[in-house]
Design a protein. Structure first.
Lengths: 466, 333
């Protein structure tokens, strides 16, 4: 019994939850020679980034689901009665070939995660496919491809000549260091969309495409011109590294597979892993007592109850779902949808991102197929998500899904979820205790790397690859 | 021993290789002087050419050796010999794609073959261009193969021309700065136009203009599109069509400059277009546009590297149009 074996042991770092952030910290800590214990109360890796087959997802929804993290899950079949049965049968057939992400993710080709995967060698254990297309979707559709390179712009049938010129000006400015610096300096405090209108004369579809689909700014999220331009630059710089794509998407689980790869690296470097373990509330001995009661001053102030026993740690890293209620707040709420399509509407062996922009709001989408081993051949999984509570956003999600897959495909099964982004409450910081937010609405994994770095550097004093 | 310096063993191996090469070269040279046309000669030349594709005298000798064989006269044997030669050349292409002598030899082989497979050769050229869209050898060889296909075609080559034209469209779409593709297109267009009846001809020309405008709006400073523009002007059926084209061009350039004052080439082209318009249709360019043209030339003359050219042009135009060439305001230096 893991708890008995570990009982009383002292670790430099104990990590709770096997999300991407903790996995990166664990892997780097172990590589730096720290003793690491990494625990997850679930029987699988990934935490908030976990990946399920449809039946496992349904099982999780009814059972082990953390209701603070995911308050609501609804299943919607496209029809009722006997037709619903056959629809579900369509999903059950080959259902083990589905990999449904709770938090779909991608990585910029020249972003911090890809660089980390290369530098640490962890990338050897993950396979990726490129996200080949990026779409802008309006109510009613159809999805329009967004060009992001000169070749794409030239070949695009959707842009007018004037729009092509405007977009090329933006791409050229962003791609050239001197011009970019000058543009950003001239922007001052301007807001991003206003800046795009003033300096590049973008409007209409082109403006929305750059704001939502390239810079991936959320609806109503106020973004300064500088920050927005940085995002456009990161996107454009990522194009061409591995082909005509700005993002990569991991196979077998866009977030969980990456978390697992880092966990594997941690284990190889000596870290200990315990899954399906009951974790109790973490307590901290006061500063003038190391908590062991034997006065040996080993600095391991934290006590982590674990599966019948307890371990001690100098540092504890957890995602907010492991923190007690008074230490946690709901930073934001998202509505998510996972839609299994009966036909691969946007390509049989393709991966794509899309942005649905309507008056009521904007929705991010990710389209996956067998290309990322997310679905069996002939099927597809379309993810959609938007900020807000499910009751308010369900209709918007449904519109976004149907406009994106269009009449060419029909949903076999749609799962709606309301997800809270949990974060540490603004209480006094406890030295040695590091709480990361649970997964939010961003598409990229770069913020997860940044969160890991904040813990590794300032928190644990580890500089490797950071 | 420093890293990268050859070991004694490596030096010995290199020395032996040089010795073998020199011996082989001497043997081939001796065969060549004797004018021997035999299988032994073919074997020796092949061995030497495998090591060095640039020995054009040896390629020449190899051709004479082939032609001097007794079995050369028998078409079946010739077919077999040359098919084997093509296979040999296929291996060599991978080693050195840009050897003039090798491609020249291949052309000789295809011309000497009793039954050449042109479709296969076309596929080879396409593969070369897929790897490197600007490979001169690829385009040149493609033109050679296409010319043969055209000559052999029962419809006088119309289908070949159309498919080649479509090929250039594909290449330009892939990279609108591909000069070789635009050039090839310009060589095919007259035949394409001639094969269509007048209404379809006008539509085809309009499509060309749309294509070139697309390239100009995507990259206004790239010279390929502008060169094609100029050529399109020539190929118009009459001056009236030319004037219409120039007017459309002027409007497009004005729109471009409105969006992006920084591009230079469109400025120069605007002046050129107005001047040409005036030449074709005197009086078509009114006073306001003439003044605009003079201002444009003034702006272009601000570049010290091109000041002389544009100032001269401006002065000459000034005399021709009776417009003052000197500006009243101070010129920014």
């Amino acid at each position: 019994m893991a708890g008995r074996e570990l009982d009383g042991q002292v670790f430099d770092v104990v990590l709770l939850g096997t999300g991407v952030e903790q996995a990166i910290v664990a892997s780097e800590a172990a590589a730096a020679g720290r003793s690491v214990l990494h625990v997850d109360r679930s029987g699988w890796y990934g935490g908030g980034y976990a990946c399920f087959t449809p039946s496992r997802l349904v099982e999780w929804a009814g059972g082990a689901r953390d209701r603070r993290l995911v308050p609501r899950v609804e299943l919607a079949e496209n029809t009722a009665g006997a037709a619903a049965e056959s629809a579900l049968a369509g999903v059950r057939q080959g259902e083990r070939e589905y990999a449904l992400d709770l938090a779909p993710r991608a990585a910029l080709c020249r972003g911090s995660l890809v660089e980390l995967l290369i530098d640490t060698g962890v990338g050897d254990h993950v396979q990726f496919r490129g996200v080949e297309h990026n779409y802008l979707v309006r109510p009613g559709g159809p999805p329009q491809r967004i060009p992001a390179s000169k070749e794409d712009v030239f070949a695009s049938a959707a842009l007018s000549l004037v729009e092509k010129r405007k977009l090329m000006r933006l791409l050229a400015t962003v791609g050239d260091d001197a011009q970019y610096a000058a543009a950003v300096a001239a922007a001052g405090d301007a807001e991003f969309s206003q800046f795009l209108r003033d300096r590049f004369r973008l409007d209409g579809d082109l403006l929305d495409a750059v704001r939502y689909a390239v810079a991936r700014v959320g609806p109503g999220e106020p973004v300064a011109a500088r920050a927005g331009c940085e995002r456009v630059r990161a996107y454009v710089r990522s194009m061409g590294r591995y082909g005509r794509m700005a993002y990569l998407c991991a196979l077998y689980g866009s977030g969980s597979e990456i978390a697992q790869a880092f966990c594997r690296a941690c284990a190889v470097a000596g870290g200990t892993y315990v899954l399906a373990a009951d974790v109790g509330p973490v307590t901290r001995a006061p500063d003038d007592d190391d908590g062991s009661g034997d006065g040996d001053g080993d600095g391991a102030r934290f006590r982590v109850p674990l599966a019948g026993g307890a371990v001690r740690a100098r540092h504890v890293v957890m995602d907010a779902s492991y923190a007690p209620p008074d230490a946690v707040r709901v930073a934001s709420t998202l509505s998510r949808a996972i839609c299994i399509l009966d036909r691969p509407a946007l390509g049989d062996d393709a991966t794509a991102t899309a942005s649905y922009v309507a008056e009521q709001g904007a929705v991010s989408l990710l389209y996956t197929t067998r290309a990322t081993m997310s679905a069996p051949a002939g099927r597809a999984v379309l993810y959609a998500w938007t900020p807000g509570a499910l009751d308010e956003r369900r209709g918007l999600l449904a519109s976004a899904l149907s406009a994106t897959h269009g009449p060419a495909a029909a949903p076999l099964l749609t799962i709606y979820m309301e997800v809270n982004v949990l974060a540490a409450a603004p209480v006094e910081h406890v030295p040695g205790l590091h709480i990361v937010d649970t997964p939010d609405a961003t598409l990229g994994l770069e913020p997860a790397v940044a969160a890991a770095r904040r813990i590794l550097g300032p928190g644990l004093g580890i500089e490797a690859y950071m | 021993m420093a890293a990268g310096e050859p070991t004694a063993e490596e030096r010995e191996q290199a020395r032996r290789r040089v010795e073998q090469y020199r011996a082989l070269s001497a043997r081939v040279d001796a065969l060549r002087r004797r004018g021997e046309a035999s299988h032994a000669a073919l074997d020796a030349t092949r061995e030497l050419l495998e090591q060095n594709t640039e020995l054009h005298t040896v390629w020449g000798y190899r051709r004479r050796a082939f032609a001097g064989l007794a079995e050369w006269q028998d078409p079946e044997r010739r077919q077999q010999l040359l098919e084997a030669e093509l296979e040999f050349m296929q291996r060599m292409i991978r080693r050195n794609v840009k050897s003039y002598w090798m491609w020249g030899h291949r052309v000789w082989v295809l011309e000497a073959l009793p039954r050449p497979r042109w479709a296969h050769e076309l596929a080879l050229a396409a593969k070369l261009l897929a790897v490197d869209a600007r490979n001169y050898h690829g385009w040149n060889y493609r033109r050679f193969v296409v010319a043969r296909l055209r000559a052999a075609a029962p419809d006088g080559g119309r289908a070949v021309d159309e498919s080649e034209f479509a090929f250039t469209t594909e290449q330009i779409t892939r990279d609108c700065a591909n000069h070789a593709a635009w050039h090839n297109r310009s060589r095919l267009l007259p035949a394409i136009l001639a094969a269509r009846d007048p209404p379809a001809r006008a539509a085809a020309l309009a499509a060309e203009d749309a294509l070139v405008l697309n390239a100009i709006y995507t990259d206004p400073d790239d010279q390929n599109a502008w060169l094609y523009c100029e050529w399109l002007l020539d190929i118009q059926p009459d001056d009236q069509a030319r004037c219409r084209l120039l007017r459309a061009r002027v409007a497009a350039i004005r729109e471009l400059l409105d969006l992006d004052e920084a591009c230079r080439r469109p400025l120069a082209e605007l002046a050129a277009a107005l001047v040409e318009l005036d030449r074709l249709d005197p009086g078509a360019v009114a006073a306001a546009e003439r003044a605009e043209c003079m201002r444009v030339l003034e702006r272009l003359a601000a570049d010290p590297l091109q000041a002389g050219r544009f100032r001269d042009q401006r002065a000459a135009l000034g005399r021709q149009w009776g417009v003052a060439a000197q500006t009243q305001e101070k010129v920014a230096v």
